[in-house]
Design a protein. Structure first.
Length: 335
């Protein structure tokens, strides 16, 4: 049976309408944005988040900037730089700008933003089909953060693999790392999977070693914010230790991502910019002080998993396996 997935953003009455993900799972509030500055704010505060979804939001932000074509060109750099790690954002802004028609700035950008959105969901569904083939008919999958429908135009990358497997009749039980500090796993992945009727168990991030070591996981599947040309993968902070643990315990570690997440201009993970977040997200999470005032805080939003720890990257046109420069170059050439 097809799964009824949530789509976190839509274009309606000349506005970008977003599901405010900072409020989940307690409240489902849709917000209406009518200017590019509000979209930048929504991206930076994670009302909309996940690499492909912020790409779509960035493309719609350009539409909102479109009085004249010059207005658009002026607004584009700030939109593209709203968050630095997910390459999909800069990619989508670049792609929309390439479609900008000076004679009809708004119309040309809106058509391209819709295309980016539709292609993203189609890519996720294709990723799902390729990835589902990697899962046994009864499987227990561990995931980190939220690389689901909420993080894309719809369907998701890592969770897309799970949805496709379930749609094919496989039995899948999911373990979701809660994903400190902002709890995208507990708040969003659990919400999304529960809504889809999929068995989900939330655990503290630090429980992953015990779970993997006791043979309770058949595969780890995560998303990505940027994949370097050599196959190194940036994803939510805490992904790298998971990959180390998975290798230690012989559990396959898969990354699911569209090719728009691959950055051919980034030779390796060392060049991927890592976003630093506010200290308050770590020590005042959700309004409660959890460390003494004045404590120094290390708050990277992402880490980099070296290619050698990734068993396969699942893209919309098939698998990158073994993960490395040659295979990445091959997958990028497929039409
Ligand atoms: O900070 P976030 O919530 O935007 O981080 C999201 C992730 O790390 C996702 O795994 C990644 O963007 C892939 S989403 C399909």
């Amino acid at each position: 049976m097809p799964i009824d997935v949530v789509r976190p953003l839509r274009w309606e009455d000349d506005a970008l309408v977003l599901l405010d993900q900072t409020l989940l799972p307690n409240e489902e509030r849709w917000i209406r944005l009518t200017d590019p500055a509000s979209v930048i704010e929504a991206i930076q505060s994670l009302r909309v988040r996940g690499a492909p979804a912020i790409g779509c939001a960035g493309a719609y932000a350009l539409v909102l900037a479109a009085g004249t074509a010059d207005d658009v060109r002026l607004a584009a750099p700030a939109i593209a730089a709203a968050r630095p790690t997910a390459v999909n954002l800069a990619w989508a802004v670049r792609r929309a700008l390439a479609a900008l028609d000076d004679a009809d700035p708004r119309g040309s950008l809106l058509a391209e933003a819709h295309r980016i959105r539709d292609e993203d969901e189609a890519s996720c569904r294709a990723i799902g089909r390729h990835g589902a083939a990697l899962l046994p008919s009864r499987s227990r999958v561990l995931t980190h953060c939220n690389a689901g429908s909420l993080a894309t135009a719809g369907y998701g990358t890592a969770l897309g693999v799970i949805y496709a497997a379930v749609e094919e009749g496989k039995q899948v039980a999911v373990f979701a790392d809660e994903t400190r500090p902002l709890l995208q796993g507990a708040r969003l992945t659990a919400w999304e999977l529960q809504r889809a009727g999929i068995d989900v168990t939330v655990q503290a991030d630090s429980a992953a070693g015990l779970l993997l070591g006791s043979g309770q996981v058949d595969a780890v599947v995560v998303g990505s914010d940027r994949i370097a040309a050599n196959g190194d993968v940036a994803n939510k902070i805490g992904t790298y230790p998971l990959a180390v643990l998975a290798r230690r315990h012989g559990v396959p570690f898969y990354v699911a991502a569209p090719r728009s997440t691959i950055d051919p201009d980034c030779p390796s993970g060392e060049q991927i910019p890592i976003e630093q977040r506010a200290a308050s997200e770590v020590i005042e999470g959700f309004g409660v002080n959890t460390a003494p005032a004045g404590t120094s805080v290390h708050a990277p939003a992402f880490d980099v998993t070296p290619a050698e720890l990734v068993d396969a990257i699942v893209t919309e046109v098939g698998l990158v396996r073994p993960v490395g420069g040659e295979e990445i170059a091959r997958i990028l050439k497929i039409r």
